[in-house]
Write a protein that binds this ligand. Structure first.
Ligand SMILES: Nc1ncnc2c1ncn2[C@@H]1O[C@H](COP(=O)(O)OP(=O)(O)OP(=O)(O)O)[C@@H](O)[C@H]1O
Ligand SMILES: [Mg+2]
Length: 255
């Protein structure tokens, strides 16, 4: 089997006396959709925060393409090829869909801050190129018809999609999606499932936190199940749905 592109060993994240993530071993292979599931407070988002450099783990290691990236900062991790969305929508007000995506691209531009202040020919060329790329991305994500609307005015499902488009704008290898279908109706959920599968098919590798079991079982290649910070099971969706420990955790708690 190929080597994982991302791999963690015994990640522990403590906040004071609380162990939010406990000895998490996790592997991610190229072009997979891997789901992380588990009840509220299980440590899913905390694990994302460790992977993306928001938190430095208490112990354990994170390896990306064989390189130890444990404790690297958010901007370093972004530059390496990670991008995420958040559990709660975080769109900027008064910014159009096109501007939102263009802003997401700025981590990748060569022009410096001085170019931007002086509006040099270099920055004007860069802006034109950015806009063309942003439009391409909007086409791909089905957001082009909203390009001049404020992101916060979009229908709910499209706002969530815009967050994914903004993450894609930094040209990541790995997309981390924290509950992309939260609060969606059935149609929006079906649309976003289809969309996430399409992202995998065009080459992204995806880690997905999600409570919607039907979505998870439908689109994930593999799953990790967390409970109280510890991984209690991992495997293919059909293995997970037949796992007695997983069933107990889900039946024992209202989801
Ligand atoms: N910065 C922090 N300081 C203190 N405790 C934290 C911090 N971040 C997370 N926690 C705690 O860690 C535990 C795991 O939280 P986390 O947000 O990772 O859960 P989750 O699995 O994403 O849950 P949900 O499904 O509700 O989003 C919780 O008990 C939470 O209160
Ligand atoms: Mg969470």
């Amino acid at each position: 089997m190929a080597e994982p592109i991302l791999s963690t060993a015994k990640i522990v994240m403590k906040f004071g006396g609380l162990v939010s993530v406990n000895k998490m071993d996790f592997d991610l292979y190229e072009h997979e959709i891997v789901g992380i599931i588990g009840p509220n407070g299980a440590g899913k988002t905390t694990f994302f925060n460790v992977l993306t450099g928001i938190y430095k783990p208490t112990s354990g290691t994170v390896c990306y393409h064989g390189m130890d990236i444990t404790g690297k900062k958010l901007y370093e991790i972004t530059a390496l090829g990670f991008a995420r969305t958040f559990q709660n929508i975080r769109l900027f007000p008064h910014m159009t869909v096109l501007e939102t995506v263009m802003l997401g691209m700025h981590t990748r531009t060569k022009a410096g801050i001085l170019d931007a202040l002086l509006r040099t020919p270099r920055i004007r060329k860069t802006e034109r190129e950015l806009e063309a790329k942003a439009l391409e991305l909007l086409n791909l994500t089905g957001l082009d018809r909203y390009r001049y609307e404020y992101g916060t005015d979009l229908p709910y499902g499209m706002q969530r999609r815009l967050e994914i488009a903004r993450a894609m704008a930094s040209q990541p290898e790995i997309l981390l999606l924290d509950e992309p279908a939260a609060g969606m109706n059935e149609q929006e959920t079906a649309d976003i499932s289809f969309f996430i599968k399409k992202l995998r098919d065009i080459g992204y590798t995806i880690i997905l936190i999600e409570h919607d079991m039907r979505l998870v079982m439908n689109i994930c290649d593999r799953l990790y199940v967390l409970d109280h910070g510890s991984m209690i099971a991992q495997g293919r969706p059909e293995e997970i749905s037949a796992n007695p420990q997983v069933i107990e955790v889900y039946l024992g708690k209202e989801e």
